[in-house]
Design a protein around this ligand. Structure first.
Ligand code: FES
Ligand code: FES
Length: 199
């Protein structure tokens, strides 16, 4: 039943309701008849900008954003610990906010701009060096999630207190117990960012 609905919706013009057997026929119709209107998209096609790179992907309705970023795009910095929104290891940034990608459906992210730990590292953000310098990791599995959450914090609050930092990172769990070092590393990164801006 759901397949029938899906096929039907692929073939219906959103501008004049004309029906077509295939999505390609529908596209050809829109190009020919509704030249100034945007092309319709097939069900399941989403566009994401991840770390500045545009992607167009077909996704199943039940796929999580984690599956798309980690398994389809190969960005393995996003980690899976709990798969139930309890640990923060799968955190990415969307619209300036830290988001748990294991709890987010990919289909809902169409058109979104996403930042992952890879993008933060490639941009040379001082958080990465700070985390290394202050030994803010042991096994390192939780680290990308912490850094991503910390980046979202610093984007919003460039000079967070220890308390503010701990509160912002409160949803990130570390089985190795690195908690005391995170405010140290985050505040060091904040100082470096401030110095860079005053140059
Ligand atoms: S894996 Fe997403 S919150 Fe734990
Ligand atoms: S460093 Fe091992 S889980 Fe955090």
């Amino acid at each position: 039943m759901s397949n029938e609905t899906s096929e039907a919706s692929r073939g219906v013009c959103p501008y004049c309701s004309a029906a077509f057997d295939t999505f390609d026929d529908l596209k050809a119709h829109v190009v020919a008849v509704h030249q100034t209107d945007p092309l319709p998209k097939p069900d399941g096609l989403i566009q994401l900008t991840v770390n500045g790179q545009a992607h167009e992907l077909m996704v199943a309705p039940e796929w999580t954003l984690y599956q798309v970023i980690h398994d389809r795009l190969g960005l393995t910095g996003v980690k899976m610990f709990c798969d139930r929104g309890a640990c923060g290891s799968c955190t990415v940034i969307i619209g300036g906010r830290p988001i748990l990608s294991c709890m987010t459906l990919a289909i809902e992210c169409d058109g979104k701009t996403i930042e992952t730990a890879e993008g933060i590292a490639e941009a040379g953000h001082p958080l990465v060096e700070s985390y290394i310098k202050h030994h803010t990791m042991q096994c390192g599995y939780c680290t990308p999630g912490f850094i991503t959450t910390a980046k979202a914090l610093l984007d919003k609050n460039p000079d967070p207190t220890v308390q503010e930092t701990m509160e912002a990172l409160g949803g990130n769990l570390c089985r190795c117990g690195t908690y005391p070092q995170h405010p140290v590393a985050v505040r060091q990164a904040a100082r470096i960012l401030k110095e860079d801006q005053s140059k």
